[in-house]
Design a protein around this ligand. Structure first.
Ligand SMILES: Cc1cc2nc3c(=O)[nH]c(=O)nc-3n(C[C@H](O)[C@H](O)[C@H](O)COP(=O)(O)O)c2cc1C
Length: 181
């Protein structure tokens, strides 16, 4: 059940020095291509990277939060053409989440690297930098990257007691669930 996967799921940033098998990569790609998108317009492009040199360049996409990619055997850049759909951010985010969940289901760990709205340095955005590293076609941008591999760290799922039920309301904002409902 999906809820079981969600109860276990964590972001994994440490990976074994072991490649992701071709069959698993194929399933990850299939999963991403099955992601829902607004009007079914699928504005995404995915770039799956396994070459070490390129991954090391992606790991410097931004000053904070990308360095762990260096140890990932697989990085999938989730790109999109903003001209194709106005809600491309939502579409790309959903595809990135599908990759994250499918990775877990395949026994792999993964973690999102925010690329949109982040800077590489004072002259270039992270998206511009990654676009140059990957040779993206004009008009495409990178929304996020997902680092994927066999986990070399164990993290427990978040306990039920940590869930923010105080942010959930019923019928009207601010209203708690009626006793017995
Ligand atoms: C939109 C988004 C952006 C994120 N950006 C990064 C990032 O740039 N680098 C990183 O290491 N983790 C990133 N994460 C992972 C979060 O830090 C992580 O999901 C959060 O700390 C909760 O931990 P958990 O996924 O293990 O439950 C991102 C997650 C999301 C959903």
């Amino acid at each position: 059940m999906l809820i079981e996967l969600l109860r276990e799921r964590r972001s994994i940033r440490k990976f074994e020095d072991r490649p992701v098998e071709r069959e698993k990569l194929d399933l990850l790609i299939e999963a991403a291509l099955r992601a829902p998108s607004s009007m079914g317009r699928a504005p995404w492009r995915f770039v799956a990277v396994t070459e070490r040199e390129t991954i090391e360049q992606l790991a410097t996409a931004k000053p904070h939060g990308a360095a762990f990619l260096k140890g990932a055997p697989l990085v999938i850049a989730v790109c999109a053409d903003p001209q194709e759909v106005d809600v491309w951010v939502e579409d790309a985010s959903i595809a990135a989440l599908v990759l994250h969940l499918e990775a877990h289901d395949l026994g792999l760990g993964s973690c999102w690297v925010q690329t949109r709205l982040r800077d590489h340095d004072e002259r270039q955005t992270a998206a511009e930098y990654v676009a140059a590293v990957l040779g993206l076609a004009a008009g495409l941008t990178v929304e996020a990257m997902v680092g994927i591999g066999y986990a070399a760290e164990a993290k427990p799922g978040h306990p039920a007691s940590s869930l923010s039920y105080d942010k959930v309301f019923f019928e009207q904002y601010g209203r708690q669930r009626d006793a017995g409902a």
